[in-house]
Design a protein around this ligand. Structure first.
Ligand SMILES: Cc1ncc(COP(=O)(O)O)c(C=O)c1O
Length: 423
């Protein structure tokens, strides 16, 4: 065959030209690998409960969507959709996401934003603009894995601190110590906070924990520059009251760089549209101009500009009162669906010795285990797929029907029994 003559291992006269940093990258994401295995077994006729993938599914297994969003996307003028979006996004989009995030908070007036492909793009911009190469982001011990990938890809690192204290609450002492250590060593810090509805634990801070966290930031910000990135990925699915994070961050916005990663992926069930934004708050207008310029430059230097059609559609949904009302109503239906699952989990797991953090809403919960790999392996034997993490297994309630929760919890108990305890 011509291709074999042209290119075969024998005719190759060079090995890899990947730079060392890129030469040993893991090729497959463990979440997608386990999901693929679960789907393969289900297709072969096994009874499978697949709690791996982080998208909200209807009880019939189809992706839950908001019809109002699909309508808005379809209604965008094709010529406008086909044109490039401005580098940092349309000004109306920027203002709409700022308003959506801060509503009536005084922070609104001091915020600037740039469009990014989902929250992922916002996280990338935060890491590359607020940390030097070689420095580490600060995250609690249970965090979204791609933070590590983005950090590594951009020559940064990850530092973690103990997330829960002996009472099962956010470990403020560990946070204080870790933040102080970073400021000593790096001369700056970027803390990524994925509350409400942390992925992977489902944990949301209560008012007292937010107050404690704000105090720590106020205290440490006296020693050096602190940036605080709030990753709002699942926030819209938090329990009532969780939206009070805005009031809490108001307290330290004068002394720390407040950043917010806004995304339409979950809030508008529009994962593939890649609509998001990085928001930055600063009291000084000259600094806001610098922030805006840095973000726009970073956009041009990465993806150039974002999906225009979806950006226009989401802007409409945020600004037009009727469309907004419709989308909010449809989201409420999805929130109720998820709430049923959260309640079913708390009820079933609450009657067992399973050990898991306070869980009031969000796509995931994690159950602690001394050996996550073994626990997950035993569960797979029972046809139940979860994601093993360091010290816990992650369960995607977003893709688990309430009626399947008893089976899930029974498998978790079996998985824990296989490693000799409740973790
Ligand atoms: C914690 C967290 N942050 C950010 C994201 C980014 O999602 P997107 O880029 O689609 O907004 C995800 C997606 O799974 C997530 O789980």
């Amino acid at each position: 065959m011509r291709s074999a003559q042209l290119l075969s291992p024998e005719t190759m006269v060079f090995d890899t030209t990947l730079i060392p940093m890129a030469a040993d990258r893991p090729g497959d994401d463990p979440i997608f690998r386990l999901d693929a295995e679960a789907r393969k077994r289900a297709a072969a006729g096994d009874s499978i409960l697949n709690a791996t993938i982080g998208a909200l599914l209807e009880d019939d297994g189809t992706l839950a969507i908001l019809p109002s969003v699909s309508d808005a996307v379809a209604a965008v003028d094709p010529h406008r959709a086909a044109a490039y979006a401005p580098i940092s996004g349309e000004p109306a989009f920027q203002q709409a996401v700022i308003d959506d995030t801060f509503r009536n908070s005084p922070l609104n007036e001091f915020a600037v934003a740039a469009a990014t492909p989902g929250g992922t793009g916002a996280i990338l911009h935060a890491i590359t603009n607020f940390l030097e190469p070689g420095q580490s982001i600060l995250v609690p011990q249970y965090y979204w894995g791609p933070y590590q990938i983005i950090a590594s890809h951009t020559a940064r690192k990850v530092e973690t601190f103990n997330m829960f204290n002996s009472e099962g609450r956010f470990d403020l002492e560990a946070f204080d110590t870790a933040l102080a250590g970073q400021l000593d060593r790096q001369g700056r810090a970027l803390f990524i906070s994925n509350f409400p509805c942390n992925n992977p634990t489902g944990y949301s801070l209560d008012d007292a924990e937010w107050e404690g966290l704000s105090e720590v930031i106020e205290g440490q910000a006296k020693k050096g520059p602190v940036s605080f990135l709030l990753d709002l990925a699942y926030a819209r699915f938090g329990a009532a009251g969780s939206e009070r994070w805005v009031e809490h961050v108001e307290r330290f916005a004068h002394c720390a760089q407040l950043l917010v990663a806004w995304t339409a992926s979950k809030a508008f069930a529009q994962y593939g549209a890649r609509v998001g934004a990085l928001i930055a708050v600063h009291p000084d207008s000259a600094e806001r101009d610098r922030l805006k310029a840095a973000m726009g430059f970073a956009c041009r230097g990465t993806w150039s500009n974002c999906n225009h059609q979806a950006m226009v559609a989401i802007t409409e949904l945020l600004l037009d009162p009727d469309k907004r009302r419709r989308a909010t109503g449809e989201r409420e239906v999805l929130k109720r669906l998820l709430r049923e699952r959260v309640d079913a989990f708390n009820q079933a797991a609450g009657e067992t010795s399973l050990h898991y953090p306070r869980y009031e809403g969000g796509f995931f919960v994690s159950v602690f285990t001394p050996d996550a790999e073994k626990t997950a392996a035993r569960m797979r034997e029972l046809g139940v797929y979860v994601i093993p993490l360091e010290g816990a297994v992650r369960i995607a309630l977003c893709s688990t029907r309430a009626q399947d929760v008893p089976r899930l919890v029974a498998a978790l108990e079996e998985g824990l029994a296989a490693v000799g305890g409740a973790g």
